[in-house]
Design a protein around this ligand. Sequence first.
Ligand SMILES: *[C@@H]1O[C@H](CO)[C@@H](O)[C@H](O)[C@H]1NC(C)=O
Ligand SMILES: *[C@@H]1O[C@H](CO)[C@@H](O)[C@H](O)[C@H]1NC(C)=O
Ligand SMILES: *[C@@H]1O[C@H](CO)[C@@H](O)[C@H](O)[C@H]1NC(C)=O
Ligand SMILES: *[C@@H]1O[C@H](CO)[C@@H](O)[C@H](O)[C@H]1NC(C)=O
Ligand SMILES: *[C@@H]1O[C@H](CO)[C@@H](O)[C@H](O)[C@H]1NC(C)=O
Ligand SMILES: *[C@@H]1O[C@H](CO)[C@@H](O)[C@H](O)[C@H]1NC(C)=O
Length: 231
Amino acid sequence: MKAGSRQLKPVVLVLVFNICFYAICQTAELQLCKMCTGTVLNGTAVAQFCSSSAGRIDGRCCLKNGTTDDHERIIGLDLSNCSLTRVDYLQGASTSSIIDLSLNPIANISDSAFQGFIDLNYLILPAGLVCPGGNTSWQKVEVKKENRLCEGQNNMCNQTGHMSMDCPENSICAPYGPGFFECSCADNYHGYKCLRQGEFPALQVFGPLGASTIVISFLLWVTQRRKAKSL
Ligand SMILES: *[C@@H]1O[C@H](CO)[C@@H](O)[C@H](O)[C@H]1NC(C)=O
Ligand SMILES: *[C@@H]1O[C@H](CO)[C@@H](O)[C@H](O)[C@H]1NC(C)=O
Ligand SMILES: *[C@@H]1O[C@H](CO)[C@@H](O)[C@H](O)[C@H]1NC(C)=O
Ligand SMILES: *[C@@H]1O[C@H](CO)[C@@H](O)[C@H](O)[C@H]1NC(C)=O
Ligand SMILES: *[C@@H]1O[C@H](CO)[C@@H](O)[C@H](O)[C@H]1NC(C)=O
Ligand SMILES: *[C@@H]1O[C@H](CO)[C@@H](O)[C@H](O)[C@H]1NC(C)=O
């Protein structure tokens, strides 16, 4: 009986954390959509994409419900002409397929700004910037007028010459945004470099730990951002 209640605690904690995480995510998403005045303009790339994907425009975002749940997520983001100087706070839009950052005085973009943006297939940047992950992370890179277009994200797990170094044995490579990949252990393997075989008994313990770490980083991120904004 005692063991049972001890196990219940983490589960409750996870539930609480998940609810908080969900709420923070939604707030972060909404902030992104409203961070610039105006809405997605008719005729722009994001507007065209949105209407062809049956999305809903809200501020600078194109939103659509996920296929598995009823949670609306950002599938397109138009932050064109927004006086942005940096773009390291876009994680709330990591489900986007298209992002327009044109006409902004952005000085540089760190590669990790788009880490985890696995669906991103069209990115419009001011011409002076390079596509995140470099040219090899994209099928096509063009400069048109004032803009640089990064089109079609390459799968980093399938680059000629990179094959052997990608992931350790017994692990599976998966794309993780432009220039990034992630390795996850194949079924039944776990531990450092996926060397140990068998069911992972501590998964239920490590799962919650992982979740709380994410929430704490997220909270830090949000509070830091607030501070940065109010400066
Ligand atoms: C933009 O499109 C919407 C819906 O198609 C339409 O109601 C609106 O009048 C258009 N706005 C402009 C400025 O063309
Ligand atoms: C999208 O999800 C919201 C609830 O989050 C629901 O009210 C709405 O009907 C859904 N829209 C579609 C098109 O499924
Ligand atoms: C950018 O925004 C400013 C005002 O915020 C507006 O005057 C200007 O026309 C916009 N430029 C473009 C290309 O939309
Ligand atoms: C971006 O550029 C600014 C100056 O232009 C520099 O101080 C900063 O370190 C750069 N950031 C990155 C991530 O390269
Ligand atoms: C990337 O592609 C652009 C456009 O094709 C080109 O101008 C640029 O020189 C390329 N950069 C590198 C490092 O190859
Ligand atoms: C891997 O790349 C090759 C050639 O670049 C291509 O023919 C193949 O379909 C790709 N495989 C996957 C799974 O993307």
